[in-house]
Design a binder for this molecule. Structure first.
Ligand code: FAQ
Length: 323
């Protein structure tokens, strides 16, 4: 599934019980696993899958917000948005590098995205229809990403964990600027409040889907948990997110599109309704509102960048010849 480079590392000897026991003991002691260390083939494979899909999400994630750079309502907002979109590109770069440490090339990963063999987050297949969507992405989408990535900053693989620490710092700025915009618009003119409500209504459920399927329907979780990649489950993180966001959004007079949402005094949790899992899987499998557009945009960007890759390769060749 991940190309030749991963097949090559299959001789890692996942079946060697002693090596596996030593590896698991290191994880139990809280040690980080580093690129040159022995690791089971499935650990490597899972990390490549997850980190590369995470990198693709950052890169595709530039598109919904990028569409608003020319339409930002003021110079200040344009600068903030430009910086945010550039940050997402940087996150994609760190993450591709982190995945490369596991023996897969950038070309293989990009190829998997462009041929549809690799996934990216469901959320970026929804359209950004009005300016309030930008604040909503900042507060809700970055907020959900941070919830998940704070956990990943403690994961057992050193390069991923360190990338997450830096990425979370930047995502926190993204979240705060989004929160500020949502607060402003929800206290603005009747038209601004309407626009804000419309954005929250459309983004609420897709954001909850970002955490992935229920724990009972999550085939990758058992291995990820066993090897300290995930330390909290999809459902636990989703619940934390609802607990954090629901009261804050409602305090602004916004209505969440879930008639089942209610606070449970006994558990201290906000109970919420069932996610439309048919919609989730449709979007994940490529049939969401904008999957085709997102892929067309990425393919065009890749083709337009061909001359840059050729120029870099020619320069590297020339430098090598000079040395
Ligand atoms: N979208 O067995 P599980 C961001 C797939 S970054 C699409 O539970 P796992 C920054 C999953 O891949 C957001 N597919 O999977 C930003 C698997 O299929 P596979 C991205 C999904 O890995 C903000 C299948 O379903 N963050 O937003 C999704 O244990 C603003 C079964 O699922 C990361 O990638 C989904 N939401 O848990 C940028 C963080 N959920 O691969 C711009 C790293 C599940 O076996 C603007 N990743 N699937 O064919 C993770 O933490 C995990 O991979 C999960 C899924 C939690 C996403």
């Amino acid at each position: 599934m991940y190309g030749a480079s991963v097949d090559e590392v299959k001789q890692d000897g996942a079946e060697d019980p002693q090596k596996l026991a030593e590896f698991e003991a290191r994880i139990a002691r809280g040690e980080k696993i580093e690129p040159g260390d022995w690791m089971p083939a499935d650990y490597r494979k899972q990390l490549i899958r997850m980190i590369s899909q995470h990198a693709h999400s950052e890169i595709v994630g530039m598109l919904p917000e990028g569409a608003w750079i020319t339409r930002a309502p003021s110079l200040k907002r344009k600068l903030i948005l430009l910086a945010k979109v550039q940050d997402e590109a940087g996150h994609g770069q760190y993450l591709y590098h982190a995945a490369e440490t596991l023996g897969i090339s950038r070309e293989e990963m990009v190829d998997m995205l462009l041929t549809g063999a690799a996934k990216y987050s469901n959320i970026f297949n929804y359209p950004t229809l009005n300016w309030a969507d930008i604040g909503t992405i900042g507060w809700l989408v970055d907020g959900a990403a941070i919830m998940n990535q704070t956990m990943l900053a403690r994961c057992s693989y050193g390069p991923y964990s360190r990338a997450m620490v830096r990425i979370c710092m930047e995502e926190n700025f993204h979240k705060k600027q989004g929160q500020e915009q949502v607060i402003l618009l929800s206290q603005g003119t009747p038209e601004q409040r309407k626009m804000m409500q419309d954005a929250i209504t459309r983004w609420w459920w897709p954001t909850l889907m970002m955490f992935g399927p229920h724990d009972t329907d999550s085939p990758n979780s058992p291995l990820l948990v066993r090897w300290g990649i995930k330390t909290r489950s999809n459902d636990e993180l989703r619940q934390d997110f609802v607990n954090q966001m629901a009261p804050d959004l409602m305090a602004l007079g916004l209505t969440l599109p879930d008639p089942d949402l209610k606070y449970n005094e006994a558990s201290g949790n906000w109970e919420f309704g069932e996610i439309d899992w048919d919609e989730f899987w449709r979007v994940v499998k490529g049939d969401g509102p904008l999957n085709a557009d997102r892929m067309a945009a990425r393919r065009k960007a890749h083709e337009d960048g061909q001359w840059v890759r050729e120029a870099l390769a020619a320069y590297a060749e020339k430098q090598q010849a000079l040395n």
